[in-house]
Ligand binder design. Structure first.
Ligand SMILES: Cc1ncc(COP(=O)(O)O)c(C=O)c1O
Ligand SMILES: NCC(=O)CCC(=O)O
Length: 431
């Protein structure tokens, strides 16, 4: 792996970008705010690799923050897009391609009988909570500290991911009304959830949660927490909203709900469902979804929803995951990476704890296991930043925050993993 020597073209591009976009970026997650320095500008990507505008190559463990489970420019997806683009890029009218993608979602995700396509994970969660409120006639939504559900006003409270990384878990501009209707609890705290239902049960429309959390780094749900979520929502007539934007089609063909045996009322999807194009989706039983306009009365719409390029990329990706499942390979590669990183940290005497579920993993710079936001917040983020840059300079592109998951793709090889571990040995010895 050639060392990365310099990035003058990225530097120049970032200078231009800063005059054009706030912070020079179109999403704060990619601004490198928590690790210092400047983001690299990407020229192109193929398989497991990113190539920056200075010609440096990186092993990519972000994969566009989750979607690229098959690797970049996966040939069948590229071919499907070529075929689609010649037929026009948007019609604002129904297409057979929408049926194909929705059939695959319904086939693969256990709790989904009917689904609505939108353009992002944020739109999916925004629509899901509106649906829960519309069905129940109640206002309150429960969410968990450190979980991130996109930039929906009422969910941008104690939010994880870039909101936590950049210290705005509660953004200015979110009205006190929206945050009053949001009840924030600790992840993995079944007793806290029980107490919240005891006090507010008849006003809670729904509980939204990450079934395996990725947005405060990877945090695994305990079985009693999962049981409490399902039992308490059912007992109190609230809807359980499983946010599988990150975990959907990643942790198994049917997502975290299939892997962990969760039965939600509404599921939100994003990332992989669009195969690298902008798609989100929300779905549930036919009965729950019958409340969405025009079948029901809960309004939700979109000019580009079900876009033909997006459905082509999404359907090709899901079909590949169904017909040629990469999950065993992902498990083996991810376990190899996790073990290697743990060994590298131990050899260097750096206190860490490694969390992994399938192909999502995080090396926390804290000796204690992380189970919720209060334990995640104890990590040594300065040490993480040194680790991040050391890895970057050795051609390994990691999420630029302690509070994110790293993703392994089916395009990674054992050699990529071993090179990454070798880099980690060098870097961790020096942080
Ligand atoms: C669990 C979860 N929900 C929702 C979102 C929001 O999705 P998007 O960025 O596509 O709006 C994300 C990621 O960004 C996520 O990880
Ligand atoms: N885990 C956080 C994300 O995936 C968000 C990416 C972005 O907003 O750029």
């Amino acid at each position: 792996m050639p060392p990365v020597v310099s990035r003058p073209n990225s530097h120049e591009a970032f200078a231009r970008a800063q005059a054009l976009m706030p912070g020079g970026v179109n999403s704060p997650a990619r601004a490198f705010g928590a690790v210092g320095g400047e983001p690299i500008f990407i020229d192109h990507a193929a398989g497991a690799y990113l190539y920056d505008v200075d010609g440096n190559q990186y092993i990519d463990y972000i994969g566009s923050w989750g979607p690229m489970i098959l690797g970049h420019a996966y040939p069948p997806v590229v071919e499907a897009l070529h075929h689609a683009v010649d037929r026009g890029t948007s019609y604002g009218a129904p297409t057979p391609g929408e049926n194909e993608l929705c059939e695959l979602i319904v086939e693969l995700v256990p709790s989904v009988e009917k689904v609505r396509l939108v353009n992002s994970g944020t739109e999916a969660t925004m629509s899901a909570i509106r649906l829960a409120r519309g069905i129940t006639g109640r206002d309150r939504i429960v969410k968990f500290a450190g979980n991130y559900h996109g930039h929906v006003d009422s969910l941008l409270v104690a939010a994880g991911s870039a909101a936590a990384t950049l210290a705005v878990p509660n953004s200015p501009g979110v009205t006190s009304g929206s945050s009053t209707d949001t009840l924030v609890l600790e992840y993995n705290d079944a007793a806290g959830l029980q107490a919240a239902f005891a006090e507010h049960g008849d006003t809670i429309a729904g509980v939204i949660f990450e079934p395996v959390c990725g947005n405060m780094g990877v945090v695994t749900p305990s079985q009693d927490f999962l049981d409490a979520l399902q039992t308490l929502t059912k007992q109190n007539g609230a809807l359980l909203i499983c946010d599988e934007v990150m975990t959907g089609f990643r942790l198994s063909p049917g997502g975290a709900q299939q892997r962990l045996g969760i039965q939600p009322d509404i599921t939100t999807l994003g990332k992989i469902v669009g195969g690298g194009l902008p798609v989100g989706a929300y779905g549930g039983s036919a009965e729950v979804m019958s409340n969405v306009l025009p079948e029901g009365k809960v309004f939700q719409a979109g000019t580009l929803s079900g876009n033909p390029l997006a459905t082509a990329a999404g359907a090709t990706t899901l079909r590949t995951l169904r017909d040629d499942p990469p999950y065993e390979k992902l498990e083996a590669l991810s376990a190899r990476l996790a073990t290697g990183l743990e060994e590298a940290a131990a050899a260097a005497g750096v206190p860490t704890s490694l969390a992994r579920v399938g192909s999502m993993l995080t090396l926390f710079f804290s000796g204690e296991p992380v189970t919720s936001w209060s334990s995640a917040a104890k990590c040594d983020t300065e040490r993480f930043a040194k680790y991040f840059w050391g890895m970057m300079d050795r051609g390994v592109y990691l999420p630029c925050s302690q509070y994110e998951a790293l993703f392994v793709s089916a395009a990674h090889t054992e050699a990529d993993i071993d090179n990454t571990i070798a880099a980690a040995h060098e870097v961790l010895a020096a942080v």
